[in-house]
Design a protein around this ligand. Structure first.
Ligand SMILES: CC(C)(COP(=O)(O)OP(=O)(O)OC[C@H]1O[C@@H](n2cnc3c(N)ncnc32)[C@H](O)[C@@H]1OP(=O)(O)O)[C@@H](O)C(=O)NCCC(=O)NCCS
Length: 331
């Protein structure tokens, strides 16, 4: 049995989604799609959409304050803020720096992580290294995205995403509970632009022509995402099971990224996990990218579905392809 990370646990969770809701029925009125197809293939009924003047950091700050409250800490206790996002407020400064100011957590260092839909998992793994090594004790990890801002609302792949943020406070633990294992992977050799936001960086700076070509919106090859996801998720999950010496029968709950119901059903089938143990909320929020895992974690946590001693499995896949899995023994 190999334990990658010890003595780091989640002591608080929080989440926030904007008020405006776009139902599938509403999307039927603005683009070529239909409610039945979306529900059957993706498991989505509606998604929350940020207001025009609402930024990723606004969502992130709201979820952060809820997580800090849930952990019974004050903002002054936070020593590091990590924001996982693919839709930062600006290229500079980091969204984490903007969140620091919005929540007034001036004792904390702050930076962003870019791993798209796997971002929260990657960010949690970074946080655990600082805690496990004794550098920091209380770290605020946030996953937040506003994909509505990079969506071409005339294209049918607009149905996939929603806006939202979730946060967790990671802290040191005295016992061998909390994170038992982590595995992160990046495979850029196979369709790394299967999901991409082409413009706005150094390759294609924004110009009038770029905007006319709509290259500042996300582009997705749905088949490439599906094919990659059903291959890599079982690989990462089986590896963390092996690392911990647990079997799939020891897993009490799975809190996965929320790409589509079909991907999760196929993954559960491949790893031999009954689907009732797989938590989902994409019916209400769609894919909030960096936000999916922490929003779902917060919901499941607040509903009291996680019991002391439960083995919780996390798994995610995102553009790159980035992917990974983790197991926590809940304290
Ligand atoms: C998108 C996905 C469901 C497509 O499944 P598929 O059945 O192979 O889809 P196809 O592209 O072959 O299209 C099949 C049918 O669905 C229809 N369809 C595709 N997208 C649609 C949409 N948004 N709305 C309505 N119908 C749609 C097509 O028109 C086609 O209809 P037809 O058979 O009458 O021509 C599947 O590839 C998937 O789940 N990918 C994962 C994407 C994902 O998770 N992205 C988020 C993370 S980055």
């Amino acid at each position: 049995m190999r334990q990658l990370v010890r003595n780091v646990k989640i002591i608080g969770t929080g989440s926030y989604v904007p008020d405006t809701v776009y139902t599938n029925k509403y999307l039927e009125t603005i683009l070529e799609t239909n409610d039945e197809w979306i529900q059957k293939n993706l498991g989505i009924k509606e998604r929350h959409i940020a207001a025009t003047n609402q930024t990723t950091s606004d969502l992130a700050a709201n979820s952060a304050l809820r997580a800090i409250g849930n952990a019974q800490l004050s903002v002054a206790d936070i020593e590091l803020i990590i924001v996982a996002t693919a839709t930062p407020d600006r290229k500079a400064p980091s969204t984490a720096a903007i969140v620091q100011d919005k929540i007034k957590a001036y004792n904390a260092a702050a930076f962003d992580i870019s791993a798209v839909c796997s971002g929260f998992l990657f960010a949690m793994s970074v946080a655990t290294q600082y805690i496990a090594s004794g550098v920091y004790n209380n770290i605020l990890v946030i996953g937040a995205d506003t994909f509505s801002k990079i969506t071409d609302w005339t294209r049918r792949d607009a149905v996939f995403f929603g806006d939202g943020s979730g946060a967790a406070i990671l802290s040191s633990a005295n016992v061998t509970e909390g994170f038992l294992a982590y595995r992160l992977y990046t495979d850029s050799s196979d369709e790394k632009f299967g999901f991409t936001i082409p413009a706005g960086g150094s390759e294609l700076p924004i110009t009038q022509e770029i905007i006319e070509k709509k290259l500042h919106f996300f582009q997705m090859n749905g088949h490439a995402v599906y094919d990659s996801a059903i291959k890599v998720l079982p690989k990462a999950i089986n590896q963390v099971l092996e690392d911990t010496g647990l079997t799939i029968h020891d897993i009490d709950l799975m809190i996965p990224h929320q790409p589509s119901i079909k991907i999760l059903q196929k993954t559960a089938e491949q790893i031999g996990l009954p689907f009732e143990k797989v938590m989902t909320n994409m019916d209400r929020y769609a894919n909030t990218s960096g936000g999916t895992i922490p929003i779902l974690l917060d919901e499941v946590h607040r509903k009291g579905l996680i019991k002391k001693g439960n083995n919780i499995l996390f798994a995610a896949v995102g553009s790159g392809w980035t992917y990974g899995a983790a197991i926590i023994k809940w304290q």
